[in-house]
Ligand binder design. Sequence first.
Ligand code: ADP
Ligand code: MG
Length: 685
Amino acid sequence: MPVARTRSGAGVPATDEAGVLARLGIRREQDLALHLPIRYEDETRITPIGAARPGQTAQVQGRVARHEVLTRPRRALTVELRDDSGAIALRFLHFYGSQLRQFATGNRVRAFGEVRGGLFGLEMVHPRYRLVGEHEPLPDALTPVYPTVSGLGQARLRSIIRRALGALDWCETVPSDVLGRLGLPEAAEALRAIHLPSPATPADALHERATAAWRRVIFDELLAQQLSLKRARAARARHAAPVLADRTRVQRLLAALPFRLTGAQQRAWHEIGTELAAAQPMNRLLQGDVGSGKTVIAALAAAQAIGSGWQAALMAPTEILAEQHLRKIGPWLERVGARIAWLSGSSKESDKREVRARVAAGDVDLLIGTHALIEDRVAFARLGLAIVDEQHRFGVVQRLSLRGKLEAAAALLPHQLMMSATPIPRTLAMSYYADLDVSVIDELPPGRRPVRTRLVSEARRDEVIARVRAAASTGRQVYWVCPLIEESEALDLQTAIDTHAALAVELAPLHVGLVHGRLPAADKQAVMAAFAGGSVQVLVATTVIEVGVDVPNATLMVVEHAERFGLAQLHQLRGRVGRGTGESVCVLMYRAPLSAAARERLKTMYETADGFEIARRDLMQRGPGEFLGARQSGEALLRFADLERDGDLLEAAREVAERLLREHPGQADEHLRRWFGGREEFLRA
Ligand code: ADP
Ligand code: MG
């Protein structure tokens, strides 16, 4: 039932309210039941004013002793509230004339808010309040606070949800023996206990989502995810894929490479090459730390597809990275007779049109580029293999659409190879990637020396400059990464330009280049080529160089304001050096004082270079969003579960999903409908 029809006559036009609810992801009546509180407030008790303490969130009740409108320093309303034990001031900086009447002397007011120690005693700023009668009862459940958006107040949302809950008619989807074994309540009961918890519920457990009711909901969410992934996997297995079995070009490419594959690369390639030759679509993640050599594996896979008479596509998240693939893989594959084309958003319109025509006619064997590859207008004649580099940088939808490029044309699904340097902790792999097979390159090419990491306070910038000069004087090259300005892209850009100007003076006569996201593609290309060729010795860059850039002669990296970067980002950045055989150094420059979290991140970077360990600590500090590109897709995939905390439930959910699909497919359907409505697609990447 559409939500719009459930509104009561509170004067909000139905369409508006439906629109506001849709912004919260609530489209159906049952979505309301799953719109869960972020926290709770205890309005079941009144704190005597004299017992309220600054810093505490409390509910007080008393009579208005007086009120006063100040005009200086700015307009403000102050209401003095008294009970038998003391007095407190309620302050309002924004108020209406009607409020003055409410605060007539002698009126009885109940107020909820944070108590502060003001200049003249206790106060509450903009408390929630209402007028109450003599024996007004207190609520008998904790008050849930919901995520909301402007245009929909807590009180209104609460009443909509409460009504939906009253009408909730959910059959149980999980077998009772499972619930018994896990000690979980029934679904409907759990939801009521979460929306309207009794005051006896331990507040800590409730807030940490550790009550049995919360665990039930978390279990259900994980179960829905597992069901969806297993369904997707089964659906994929029913599709056929092109058989890419001709290895002659692979052999020629291997023979032409300037190096031998490492053992780990050989193992990964064996897995991938074998799957390409089968008639089921491959859906494989190639995972290897930065610098482990994933690109060559992609090239081999493309060679096998092309040699078998099919097309391949390689999509990368940035122009710089796609460009670099073109320069590196291009010549390798041209040597084995492949026709390569390039497509990016910034290509000239006429070029794009021409490339699209050739791709559609089957006159291109390998198409390399950025997001432009997944535009609707791009149609492949015979797409056999879709490769997505740095897959976590893409949204889920984007990853899906490349695979869709063949389905439209034939009843076949192309093989899909995704690559990532961001290691996925085990729990994540088990949950989000249950639909993916994983190959791991766990060995670096020979001769690499570990990057030494130095933590240096900004106060010692002069020493860092001297170090840059010294590196350049021995013919080495340097990355200088600009501070990240999260809140403003414009400022970010300006900082990069300023940093470049300053360094060009400080480091003269060295040649200092600048690359950032807003640079026109041709300029970007020119700077990167000059750096790769060695005529630019120092490259000032924003995080656009974070992924994939490969200039082995660069052995020093300076990261300014390293405390602002996330762990995964720092690890990726540091991976830009240490790619050749020279000794490499990464200087993480920070500004004191450091926050506890920043200190922890820098310490991690200093202590370890192991991508897995870094990912694990990152997951602990930040949650899974970043690993999954959830930000780009705009949909957080798990709303309630926390994989570190709820690992035990995840294991159980995997088993139960298996069993439901086998024994109770109807219940599995119902469970999926509840949790995802029409959004299951997002889980299938
Ligand atoms: P990543 O896995 O981070 O994408 P790349 O594929 O860019 O790493 O490889 C990093 C560097 O190592 C490249 O210069 C690549 O040519 C080189 N390389 C890859 N495999 C080997 C190998 N087996 N032996 C020596 N060098 C290799
Ligand atoms: Mg790479």
